[in-house]
Design a protein around this ligand. Structure first.
Ligand code: TEU
Ligand code: CA
Length: 540
C-alpha cells in the first residue's frame, strides 16, 4: 500500500459530452448520456472522468465560451442531471473532474454585457479594455490563437477588448481582485456539488502584462502545438507578455488553498507555451499550487522515441516534487491513429502507443475513442462547425475531425442517437470499430486497453515509480520504473520491424494478457517483434 494521493499516476478518461451518448435523441450528446454509459467507463478500468464543458454557453467554441459558470446548458441537461452523473460515477468508484474555463467568458456572460456598456459601470474593468493607438489601430501586436489580432473594437465603449481566443471569448481581467473572488466562488460552487477536481483550461493565460508590451518575434519557429502551426501568425511571436505572467503563481496558490478545504480534490492545469516544461515545474512544485500540469508535448510533436525520451528526461530533471499529466489525444488535435499512426496498422499501433503512454511516469488522460483506435474523421468544408477550422481551411481542417460521435454499435448513427441528423456525422470508417464489435473480439484495441489498465492498476512502479532510460532509437524505447522494492523494465517497439537488444540486467518477463502484443526474453536478449512490448521484473 501507499500514501500516494489518488491522482498521482491516475488514468483520467476525457469525455467530450457532445459526442459521447445522446440520451434525449436531439442529435447532441448530453450529461444523461454520460450517466447512461457509466458502466462502460468504469469497465475500462480508469480512475477518473474529465468532462469537457457542459455549462451554459452560446456554443461559439462548443462550451469553452461560458455564459453562466454555475449552471448546465439546456443542450446537456439540468443541474439535476449533473448531480446524477456525479452520484453514478462515485457509485462506480470513479472521480469526476470538470473543465473550468476561467481565462475568458462568453461575450454573452452578464459580466461582459455590463462591462461593455460604459467606462464606469460596476464591471467596467472586469475585462481587459484598452484605447486605440493615436491612428486608431490596435493597442499592441498581441494575436489570437484562432487567428487575427487579439483585440476587438467595441463601438459603444470605443475601446478594444482582449481575446486570446475567439472575439466572442473576451479575456477576464485577473488583475482585478473582484474578478478573482467571483471566479473562485464559481469554483467553490462545484466543489460543494461534489466534484473531485478541475481541468483548468489555458491555465497559463490568466494574467497579461499591465503595460501591454509588444511580444517580440520568435527567433526560431518550430512546428508544434495547435496554435503553433506554420500557417498561423501566432507561431511567429514569443508570448512573453500576453500570457505566462509571474502574477499567476499567487493566484494558483489561492486556488490551491480553496481546494485544500475539500480533501481529495485535484487540479490539472493545461499549459501550452514555448517553455511549457519550465512552466509545469513552476506551477506544480512545492505542493501549494496546481497538483498536475497537462502537457502538449506528446500531442503536437512527432512520435520519435528520441522526443519522448528527451521530454521525459527534461521533466524528470526539472520537476522536483511536481507532477506531470500526459496525453496523446484530446478534442483539439488530430486523432493519434492518424497523427502518429498514419492510418496504417491501426490496431497494432494504437495498442503500442497506449502501452507506452501508460508506462511513462505521470498521470495520463485518455481521450474518448482512443481505446477504439478511431482515426481522424475526414469532413467536407460544408460539414465543419469549428470556427478555428473554418478560419484556416484548407491548410488546417480544424478540430471537428477528432470530435465526431462515439460509435457504440453498427446500427444507424452508430448507436449514438436515434436522431437522423447529428451535430457531426459518424464517419463510415468508424462503424467497424464500434464498441459492440470490439467487445466480442478478445484481441481488439478496446480489450487491450481494458487488460492493460487492469494489469497496471496495482503496480505502483508503473503508477508512481521513478523512471530511468536505458536505450532508444527512433522507434524503440527501453526504460526502468522503480518504486521502493518494486522495479520493472519496459521495452517498447513501435516499428513494424523486429528488434533485438542485449540486456544488462537479469530479467524475468511478466506474463501479459493475450490481447497485448508481447515479445520475449531469450538468453539475455530482449526480442521484440513488430509493435510489441516486454515488461519484465528486474532480478537484483
Ligand atoms: O485550448 C487551448 C489552446 O488552444 C492553447 O493551449 C493553444 O494551443 C496553445 O496555447 C498555443 O500555443 C483550450 C481548449 O482545449 C480548446 O478547446 C478551447 O478552444 C480553448 O482552450 C479556448 O478555451
Ligand atoms: Ca441530447
Amino acid at each position: 500500500t501507499t500514501n500516494q494521493p489518488w491522482w498521482r499516476g491516475a488514468v483520467i478518461y476525457q469525455v467530450y459530452p457532445r459526442s459521447f451518448f445522446d440520451a434525449n435523441n436531439d442529435g447532441i450528446g448530453d450529461l444523461a448520456g454520460v450517466t447512461h454509459k457509466m458502466d462502460y467507463i468504469a469497465n475500462l478500468g480508469v480512475d477518473a472522468i474529465w468532462l469537457s464543458p457542459f455549462f451554459t454557453s452560446p456554443m461559439k467554441d462548443f462550451g469553452y465560451d461560458v455564459s453562466n459558470y454555475c449552471d448546465v446548458d439546456p443542450i446537456f441537461g439540468k443541474l439535476d442531471d449533473f448531480d446524477q452523473l456525479i452520484q453514478a460515477a462515485h457509485e462506480h468508484g470513479l472521480k469526476v473532474i470538470i473543465d473550468q474555463v476561467l481565462n475568458h467568458s462568453s461575450d454573452q456572460h452578464p459580466w461582459f454585457i455590463e462591462s461593455r456598456q460604459s467606462h464606469d459601470n460596476d464591471k467596467a474593468d472586469w475585462y481587459i479594455w484598452a484605447d486605440a493607438q493615436a491612428d486608431g489601430t490596435v493597442p499592441n501586436n498581441w494575436l489570437s490563437v484562432f487567428g487575427g489580432p487579439a483585440w476587438h473594437w467595441d463601438s459603444r465603449r470605443r475601446q478594444y477588448y482582449l481575446h486570446n481566443f475567439l472575439d466572442s471569448q473576451p479575456d477576464l481581467n485577473f488583475h482585478n481582485p473582484a474578478v478573482v473572488d467571483a471566479l473562485l466562488e464559481t469554483v467553490e460552487f462545484w466543489l460543494k456539488r461534489g466534484v473531485d477536481g478541475f481541468r483548468l483550461d489555458t491555465a497559463n493565460y490568466y494574467y497579461h502584462d499591465l503595460e501591454l508590451r509588444n511580444n517580440p518575434p520568435k527567433e526560431e519557429v518550430v512546428e508544434g502545438s495547435i496554435g503553433v502551426r506554420l500557417d498561423n501568425p501566432y507561431a511567429y511571436q514569443l508570448h512573453l507578455y500576453d500570457k505566462s505572467r509571474p502574477e499567476n503563481i499567487a493566484f494558483l496558490q489561492r486556488l490551491r488553498q480553496l481546494l485544500n478545504q475539500y480533501p481529495g480534490t485535484t487540479t490539472v492545469g493545461e499549459v501550452g507555451c514555448d517553455f511549457s516544461l519550465k512552466t509545469m515545474a513552476d506551477y506544480t512544485q512545492g505542493n501549494d499550487k496546481l497538483h498536475m500540469c497537462y502537457s502538449f508535448d506528446l500531442l503536437t510533436h512527432d512520435n520519435s522515441m528520441q522526443h519522448i525520451r528527451d521530454t521525459m528526461e527534461t521533466i524528470e530533471n526539472g520537476l522536483g516534487d511536481g507532477w506531470p499529466c500526459w496525453s496523446i489525444g484530446n478534442h483539439d488535435v488530430e486523432r493519434v491513429a492518424t497523427r502518429w499512426g498514419k492510418n496504417q496498422d491501426n490496431i497494432a499501433k494504437s495498442k503500442i502507443y497506449m502501452l507506452m503512454l501508460l508506462s511513462l511516469r505521470g498521470s495520463v488522460c485518455l481521450y474518448q475513442g482512443e481505446e477504439l483506435a478511431l482515426t481522424e474523421a475526414e469532413l467536407n468544408f460544408e460539414e465543419l462547425v469549428d470556427p478555428f477550422g473554418i478560419a484556416f481551411w484548407p491548410e488546417f481542417k480544424g478540430r471537428d475531425g477528432c470530435r465526431t460521435p462515439m460509435p457504440w454499435d453498427t446500427n444507424e448513427q452508430a448507436g449514438f442517437s436515434q436522431q437522423s441528423s447529428l451535430w457531426l456525422p459518424v464517419p463510415t470508417q468508424h462503424y467497424p470499430l464500434a464498441v459492440n464489435n470490439q467487445e466480442q473480439d478478445p484481441n481488439s484495441c478496446l480489450n487491450a486497453y481494458r487488460d492493460f489498465l487492469a494489469f497496471r492498476k496495482n503496480r505502483l512502479a508503473l503508477k508512481v515509480g521513478d523512471i530511468t532510460f536505458l536505450f532508444n532509437d527512433e522507434h524503440r524505447l527501453i526504460f526502468i520504473r522503480r518504486y521502493q522494492d518494486q522495479s520493472c523494465l519496459i521495452a517498447i517497439n513501435t516499428s513494424q520491424d523486429e528488434f533485438q537488444h542485449p540486456s544488462q540486467h537479469d530479467l524475468k518477463a511478466i506474463e501479459l494478457p493475450n490481447s497485448l502484443p508481447v515479445g520475449k526474453i531469450e538468453a539475455g536478449l530482449i526480442i521484440l517483434p513488430a509493435y510489441s512490448v516486454v515488461i519484465a521484473d528486474l532480478i537484483e
